[in-house]
Design a protein around this ligand. Sequence first.
Ligand SMILES: C=C(C(=O)O)c1ccccc1
Length: 367
Amino acid sequence: DINLFSAYQLGNLELPNRIVMAPLTRNRAGQGNVPHQLNATYYVQRASAGLIIAEATQVTPEGQGYPATPGIHSPEQVEGWKLVTDAVHQHGGRIFLQLWHVGRISHPDLQPNGALPVAPSAIAPKGEASTYEGPKPYVTPRALETSEIPQIVEHYRQGAANALAAGFDGVEIHSANGYLIDQFLRDRTNQRTDKYGGSIENRARLLLEVTEAVTSVWDSNRVGVRLSPSGTFNDIGDSNPLETFGYAAQALNQFNLAYLHIYEATEADIRHGGIIVPTSHIRDRFTGTLIVNGGYTREKGDAVLASKAADLVAFGTLFISNPDLPRRLALNAPLNEADQATFYGGGEEGYTDYPFWSAANEPVAKA
Ligand SMILES: C=C(C(=O)O)c1ccccc1
């Protein structure tokens, strides 16, 4: 039976296992949102993943929504990312970059010239923004003019080109978790009356235009898309996600992408009463490789692969605290507990200081 340790042919990339490192925001970019050596150490420690999807990275300054998240829009950032891709490649790893624009999930304190964050419509998210001075209530974003959207698409294209120059093996278009592209996809946040709003085709237009632009830079088998059909994070929602995401999954087939990556329903989504879209609804419509993510264990991962409900399994929290996760899963070794207090921000504590497994730290049987 296929399991987590089976190899996988992802387009022309050979993955030695089916264990993917999920994109994880860690808020540890250097000055100027430039990746630095500490980030290279963190990623190279995890190079045994079948595939690393590096953290969400803004394609333009307006796309930043949190302190110290890396960018891919300046020459310094391209140079910084080369430290990461070179290190991972020297250790035989493969790494994609997740291209991001947060849309309304930001604050004027994080925006160039203190401007309003942009979004499909002027609808403020519930909750608080994370700024360098701490949490602040979200503001009502500025609705993008129709004439501004080609420039947004160009930011993603340029970001994709910069990722190619930075030595990545591919890119993932972040279209999940209530950020800009997800804001356009869903009718709670997109109440536009132009060709980017109203019908499902119109609400998916930005996703498809960005995918078109990114696949004009990369071979399509090096481009992935991430969706969160059941998501409620960032006050996102849709009146008919089965239809919305069923359409999106089918529409993406035209590009022959590397994969579609689904962030599955969390306990929070179920608690928030979001409509749950079963991953089978997507699997039945998307004809390419499917990555699933969300609370998987070795057993659940092996099972979802054996049943052919997915092709690859992404792990987030477990990769935070277990740099050598594939080896530990293969050995059924104990797993380090992740320290949530150091998930976001800071330095090496809770980032590069989690131990690797060695039999030496096997609990010694009591004499
Ligand atoms: C990029 C994120 C996502 O996709 O959910 C994110 C951002 C901040 C904290 C956690 C996660």
